[in-house]
Design a protein around this ligand. Structure first.
Ligand code: ZN
Length: 164
């Protein structure tokens, strides 16, 4: 089955920076699952996956503009510490934290720490980076009616709860 809109794609992935260092990858046996054609992943990545099939491996290199945007110097958000998700006991500049925003939780790097607030680098952690995605497609299946109406996948088999 070739990947097209309305299909769920199950794949192993690694993300590498321009120096070839692995920034992240899925845990063994916990593949990434997404619904194709619903902008659930980076559009340039989705475009590269279209037409590929189960068993194929591909390597897709995206410019910062195609990935998470250019790095903006001095882009800082001041956030009350209480908005952090499970704040570490000792927060220091350079710490990676999760912050609740109106668009959901996101990762951010601490620039400066105050008594009640932290200044967070508002750039995406991968902003400014050219990223290479190494992908191996494990399975392609038709989405269920629920998945299509929700606009996202419900796990490898389509039966998982997504309310986490
Ligand atoms: Zn759903």
């Amino acid at each position: 089955m070739k990947i097209e809109a309305g299909q769920v794609v199950v794949m192993d992935y690694s993300v590498l920076d321009a120096a070839g260092e692995v920034l992240e990858h899925n845990a063994p046996g916990e593949p990434m699952v997404y619904l194709h054609g619903h902008r659930n992943i980076l559009p340039a990545l989705e475009a590269a996956l279209g037409g590929k099939a189960e068993g194929e491996q591909l390597s897709v290199t995206l410019t910062p503009e195609q990935a998470y945007g250019p790095y903006q110097e001095g882009a800082v958000d001041r956030v009350p510490i209480k908005y952090l998700v499970k704040p570490p006991k000792r927060i220091q500049p350079g710490s990676l934290v999760r912050v609740n925003t109106k668009d959901g939780a996101r990762d951010a790097v601490v620039v400066k720490v105050g008594r009640f607030n932290v200044d967070l680098d508002s750039n995406h952690p991968y902003a400014g980076k050219t990223l290479t995605f190494e992908l191996e497609i494990q399975a392609v299946r038709a989405a269920t009616a629920d998945e299509l109406s929700h606009g996202h996948s419900h796990g490898v088999a389509g039966s998982e709860s997504h309310h986490d």
